[in-house]
Design a protein around this ligand. Structure first.
Ligand code: SF4
Length: 59
């Protein structure tokens, strides 16, 4: 489970990211519409996630 600060950063990052794109509906995991957590370029890794566009990592 991610802490609130990481979730907030994921929202702020996605809101200013020109590459954000909704993931498949079954992959959405945050109530915020725009968040790295809901982006098709987010990949889960041990301890968090990373962006395969290379723009964000919560590690
Ligand atoms: S996961 Fe990557 S591409 Fe998607 S919104 Fe976040 S920084 Fe942008």
């Amino acid at each position: 489970m991610m802490d609130k600060e990481k979730i907030k950063k994921a929202v702020l990052t996605a809101e200013s990211c020109s590459d954000y794109s909704d993931d498949y509906e079954e992959e959405l995991c945050d109530d915020e519409n725009i968040s790295c957590l809901n982006c098709r370029y987010r990949r889960w890794i041990k301890g968090g996630f990373e962006c395969v566009k290379g723009k964000y990592s919560d590690e």
